[in-house]
Design a protein around this ligand. Structure first.
Ligand SMILES: Cc1cc2nc3c(=O)[nH]c(=O)nc-3n(C[C@H](O)[C@H](O)[C@H](O)COP(=O)(O)OP(=O)(O)OC[C@H]3O[C@@H](n4cnc5c(N)ncnc54)[C@H](O)[C@@H]3O)c2cc1C
Length: 438
């Protein structure tokens, strides 16, 4: 996650801390021992983290820019969910320790009182449901299929209700919990119920261009008003074709490969699993739904995109792509051809195992021949081995001075990031897009 701040971070921090600010003064600090009050505060923070994580699941197109892009929002969502889980455990442990000096039986009874104290048992039930749906995310019991994982995540709603009951019965101030819970539930309702109906736009598949055996480019035309996007952004695509072998109505993220001014939405898709293997066989005339755009890959500061008025100095760019990670750069290169502003100088290294796997390369070379501000170099692993500093320097002598954009498999990103850092490129000049962030 990038460490630089975004306007939305202030909002998140404010909402996260609101329950502490509101409830802390009303606590009977020390009446049951200081540790007990700290345990209560940790419980407040746990629910607060959980509710903010819920709010961040809203995914309203355009709003992710306030937080540094959707990938960063998901990262924060995950961290907050994980923090809630850890804080709940600390809350329980502190309650046990805070009452231990009185007697062991008091400590046990604080955690496991008679069933008549059902507000405490509601807390335990919330913890169990939280544990069930968060376990696969943390990698306990192996990894689940993505769609099963997503369905299991709906347990967050009963978790929220049970945690709210637990807290409302014990808290001195109620309104703050009603407010935050309403916001979290509204976010989940938007995401699960309303956005599939209101935010997804119908598009028709006009053409399916096969780039190589398992990679196609879909050309999509909107039915009615389509979306507007910037180079490097991505959308969620849901195929509405029942004849597909899998993935009907399922939403999956894909980067837009067309230039921002294009009438058509072009999306390059590589078959890796059930849904993508089915999608590469979709036929012209089929309907898909598009939600977005999301992401800020090419953004360098605040709200600017290269070639469209970024606030950064005009630093040259280094683009490093591997495999299907070429798609944001295809969009960036096409942008240079369609826009009146060819943008900043960009040097693209396209990393592929062998020449047959360098799909899009012919078009990229044509763009480079026609455009002064764009150069492309293909690097083949089977011929040149792993890409080195010398290879980069040979084709782009000032590579370490440039703003760097990286997209590809995790191994490639890790290797290149280490190489660039070793060459003195500061971390805040290296921008990455993860295609496997969940
Ligand atoms: C920001 C972003 C941009 C992407 N752009 C492209 C692109 O331009 N072209 C392309 O071919 N692929 C792209 N992907 C990857 C693509 O979304 C996955 O390959 C696809 O969702 C896999 O689905 P599957 O059922 O075929 O495979 P599975 O075997 O089910 O999944 C393979 C992996 O893909 C991820 N994944 C699966 N389903 C989803 C989902 N609904 N939402 C998020 N992640 C999921 C998970 O990490 C999973 O482990 C992008 C991913 C992200 C996050």
């Amino acid at each position: 996650m990038r460490l630089r701040g975004y306007p939305g971070d202030v909002l998140i921090l404010g909402v996260f801390l609101l329950p502490v600010i509101v409830t802390a003064p009303g606590l009977p600090w020390g009446s049951q021992g200081w540790l007990y009050s700290v345990a209560e505060m940790v419980g407040v923070l746990a629910l607060s983290a959980f509710l903010v994580a819920g709010m961040l699941s809203a995914r309203i197109p355009g709003t992710d820019r306030w937080f540094g892009g959707l990938v960063r929002v998901w990262t924060m969502h995950r961290w907050l969910g994980f923090s809630a889980f850890m804080l709940v455990m600390v809350h329980v442990l502190l309650l046990a320790f805070a009452t231990l000096p009185f007697s062991i039986s008091r400590s046990i009874e604080t955690l496991f009182p008679p069933l008549s104290q059902w507000e405490v048992w509601a807390g335990w039930a919330a913890f169990v449901t939280l544990l069930i749906f968060i376990a696969p995310t943390l990698g306990f019991f192996g990894t689940l299929h993505y769609q099963h994982w997503k369905r299991l995540h709906l347990l967050s709603v009963p978790t929220l209700v049970l945690a709210l009951i637990h807290t409302l019965m014990l808290a001195s101030v109620a309104w703050v919990w009603w407010l935050l819970s309403a916001l979290a539930l509204a976010a989940i309702a938007w995401r699960k119920v309303l956005s599939p109906r209101l935010a997804r736009k119908p598009y028709v598949v006009e053409e399916v261009d096969t780039l190589v055996r398992d990679v196609v480019e879909l050309r999509l035309r909107p039915r009615g008003k389509g979306i507007r996007w910037q180079a490097g952004q991505f959308v969620y695509l849901s195929p509405m074709d029942r004849s597909l072998a899998a993935g009907y109505g399922e939403e999956h993220p894909y980067t837009i490969a067309s230039a921002s001014g294009d009438d058509e939405l072009r999306i390059g898709i590589k078959a890796v699993g059930d849904a993508t293997r089915a999608l590469v066989n979709i036929k012209p005339g089929a309907e898909v739904r598009i939600e977005g755009p999301y992401g800020t890959f090419f953004e360098t500061t605040g709200f600017g995109v290269p070639g469209s008025g970024s606030q950064e100095p005009q630093r040259k760019q280094l683009w490093l792509a591997g495999g299907i990670g070429i798609t944001p750069f295809v969009s960036g290169a096409r942008e240079k051809m369609t826009s009146t502003d060819a943008g900043r100088d960009a040097c693209l290294f396209y990393l592929a195992n062998r020449p047959e796997r360098a799909y899009y390369l012919d078009e990229l070379v044509r763009i480079a021949e026609a455009c002064d501000t764009f150069a492309v170099h293909a690097h083949y692993m089977n011929e040149n081995g792993v890409i080195t500093r010398d290879y980069l320097a040979r084709h782009c002598p000032d590579f370490a001075e440039r703003e760097v954009y990286l997209c590809g498999p995790p191994g490639m990103i890790a290797h290149l990031r280490a190489l660039l850092r070793h060459e003195g490129v500061p971390a805040n000049r290296i921008h990455t897009e993860a295609f496997d962030f969940l």
